[in-house]
Design a protein. Sequence first.
Length: 442
Amino acid sequence: MQHIFSSAGGLTVVPYPGSDPRLLLTGGGTETAYEYRDRGGYRPVGSVAALADEVERSGLRGRGGAGFPFAVKVAGVRGGSRAGAGAPAGWTETVVVANGEEGEPASFKDRWLLRHRPHLVLDGLRLAAALVGSRRGYVYLSDPEAARCIGAALEELGGALPDGPEIAVVQVDPGYVAGEETAAVQAIDGGPAKPTDKPPRPFEAGVAGLPTLVSNVETLANLPFLDRWGADTYRAAGTALSPGTFLATVTAAGHPPTLYELPHGLPFADLLALHGVAESELRGALIGGYFTGLLDRTVADLNLDHETLRRAGAGLGCGAIALITAECPVAVAAGVLNYFDRENAGQCGSCFNGTAAMAAAATALAEGLAGGEDLHRLRRWATVLRGRGACGTLDAACNTAASLLERFPREVAAHLDNQCPDCAGGPALDHAPYRVATEVVL
Ligand SMILES: Cc1cc2nc3c(=O)[nH]c(=O)nc-3n(C[C@H](O)[C@H](O)[C@H](O)COP(=O)(O)O)c2cc1C
Ligand code: SF4
């Protein structure tokens, strides 16, 4: 029985050596309001125009998956509130949402922020509310411990953010699709945490039909730094197109899961060295979580920024980096596809049926039971099903299947002949690979 690595033990927290962390604190425990203020937090909101200018110049990109420019989203929400986009003429009300659901199994950075730096997140939400002129904010999450820490932080503040919007915490059951932005909006409005059709996107008509800024918790956590130090200092780390630092949840067989704060653009080889994994051990990686599929060992030549990874046909996504070392990539892909089969919201026929079919074909391949016909079908599905679901889950499954077939032909051929040395005895496919369990952090 092959064991796909699933993290256990504590989560190690490591800032990039030689740099002052912007988001991480290494002492453990939950930062109090007093400690946060002592570090310069909750500054009075000054000129919104000046803050908007710094945000624009900073090039801050979203940390929830797509790397979308934050300033563009802010402009969209402000435009939506003025121009109407479905709202009554002259309407100015907007909503802000801190998305901390973190459905991605290989990621633990949002829950870490919510549990350990709740005031940093709330301060970021407060600044985002100022940027879009909002008086209503939500912290959207599923982790009970994160909900407890945010609730306690709000109590410390007497229930209200300084110069900030009214805040409510909305807790849902965890799920891969629950963190998708339209699922978040629907859940906050009292419905199921499942994606809805787009358009409209939340910036046009979100919570209660109002223009809504849905931003990832880590994206928001960058705003207090930007507010205090400005865009030039923010850009002192990172690359021109991926400025600043990012949180990376790194998992690898035989190593404790680790949360790093890294400068964008860091060579992947440097991360391997930092994590204590020899390049010769590396077979590939899942970068950005499950969404963008598998990379082979040439990932070691890449840099960790949006532009490089996109060129390589992958993405930085939410910063989750699962190193494939001891595991067979075919078994990893089958595990991920089975996860999508279980976790899709069952709303779109092509996704419901497509993920089930791809998972079944990949499982048969992993177990040495597939033939050339199955492979041919898997390849075809990975192409024709792309773009046919309401959210990105079906695309994620297509990415997984396509990248396995494209980047691991030797391993796939070995499975067709039932000759994979790693999978003798049958692979373990019944759980999500590289899942970082919530209990490890406490
Ligand atoms: C299937 C799916 C799941 C998603 N899950 C999350 C999530 O758990 N957390 C998150 O912040 N964004 C998630 N997203 C992205 C959100 O839809 C949205 O783009 C994001 O919250 C925006 O924040 P950002 O601009 O700060 O990245 C998901 C997207 C998809 C397609
Ligand atoms: S694409 Fe899949 S996960 Fe997304 S809404 Fe449709 S059925 Fe649900």
